[in-house]
Design a protein around this ligand. Structure first.
Ligand code: SF4
Length: 366
């Protein structure tokens, strides 16, 4: 059984990844049940608040200005526009909104002020707010935290060794610096990567070594499958098979046991059976909505139908921050008293969320 470790080696991770599939699934599902409710999946909505025209050269990204893709570039969205989209996301079951801007790094000034206002606005909707805005200073991370930001996404993308084959305009070290700046604030860290970019299995393992070695480990880890977009340097790469995705999800679950493992880009290519195996292997978060920034994603109604088929339920906002064992213990205490758990009683929802928000700010270092 996996315990929380920060010193995984590439060899150990490869050994897990290459186990006979049934062994791997059993082990991952067992770890999953130790730390999470296996029937609950977080639903997040990604809003592209500023699309295209990015100065970076990430080889997978259609938003890089230097590649000739057919995406529609857009300036920074207005606050009311973002609020309307967040309300729609909430109505269709999302508990988290992630706002993405195609920037190399955050620059202080009116645009950042506008993003801070978006964070404040969505925070008032009782939803978790996440941003992915590029590189960030410690001061900017603190300003986002003060505005009520819950999570900051900054993916490592791949291993340190393979990073320079994917991106030349910044270094792996820059990613770690931004994650470090986010960690100095109260904001939780979301960081993962993309598989299927031509990397070796050693690179997938290397990325997990880097993520697992962070202390604390990221609270969420998105696992993306490359969506090869015409006009990018990776346009001709063949899609990975579902088995690679299942193995990657299962390995991530074992190596970073407490995190929310998020099925991200590439879900349109997966069957429901394939996604069900990913949930069994430990995925417990998805992105909803018909677009993931610029690439296609399953329709939210299709996702809710799949949840119905699999008996999954969407996670409530701020629910994950307390350890499931604690929640179960207090549940059974209430049940022993013949009472319903506090948060299922009318009038207590907000109180629980406030309590969870406070806990989020006090998550002890592992
Ligand atoms: S992934 Fe982000 S930083 Fe890289 S080119 Fe795309 S928008 Fe820019």
């Amino acid at each position: 059984m996996s315990e929380l470790r920060h010193n995984w080696t590439k060899e150990e991770i490869l050994e897990i990844y290459n186990k006979p599939l049934m062994e791997l699934l059993y082990e991952a599902a067992t770890v999953h049940r130790k730390y999470h409710d296996p029937n609950t999946v977080q639903v997040s909505t990604l809003i592209s608040i500023k699309t295209g025209g990015c100065s970076e050269d990430c080889g997978y990204c259609p938003q890089a200005a230097r590649y000739h893709t057919d995406i529609d570039e857009n300036d920074l969205m207005t606050v009311p526009h973002v609020k309307a989209q967040a309300l729609r996301a909430k109505a269709s079951g999302s508990s988290r909104v992630c706002m993405g801007a195609a920037w190399r790094n955050v620059k202080d000034g009116p645009e950042f002020d506008q993003v801070l206002e978006m964070v404040r606005t969505i925070n008032k909707l009782d939803m978790e707010v996440c941003c992915t805005l590029g590189m960030l200073t410690e001061n900017q991370a603190n300003r986002l935290a003060e505005a009520g930001l819950y999570a900051y996404n900054h993916n490592l993308d791949t291993s340190e060794d393979y990073y320079k084959d994917v991106i030349s305009t910044r270094a792996f070290e820059d990613r770690l610096d931004t994650i470090g700046n986010v960690r100095k604030s109260n904001v939780t860290v979301c960081s993962g990567g993309i598989i299927g970019m031509g990397e070796k299995l050693e690179d997938r393992a290397g990325m997990l070594v880097a993520l697992a070695s962070l202390n604390p480990q990221p609270e969420s880890v998105p696992i993306n499958a490359l969506v090869a977009v015409e006009g990018t340097p990776m346009e001709d790469i063949e899609p990975i098979s579902i088995w690679e995705m299942i193995r990657m999800v299962a390995t991530t679950r074992i190596v970073i046991p407490k995190t929310q493992v998020r099925l991200s880009a590439g879900r349109t290519e997966m069957s429901r059976e394939g996604q069900a195996m990913c949930f069994f292997a430990g995925a417990n978060s998805i992105f909803a909505g018909d677009k993931l920034l610029t690439t296609p994603n399953p329709d939210v109604n299709e996702d809710m139908e799949m949840f119905g088929l699999l008996g999954l339920k969407p996670q409530k906002p701020f629910e994950k921050v307390s350890q499931p064992k604690t929640v179960e213990a207090s549940d059974s205490q209430f049940q022993a008293l013949g009472e319903k758990p506090k948060w299922s009683r009318p009038g207590h929802k907000i109180e629980r969320n406030e309590e969870a928000k406070q806990k989020a700010k006090l998550v002890p270092k592992e």
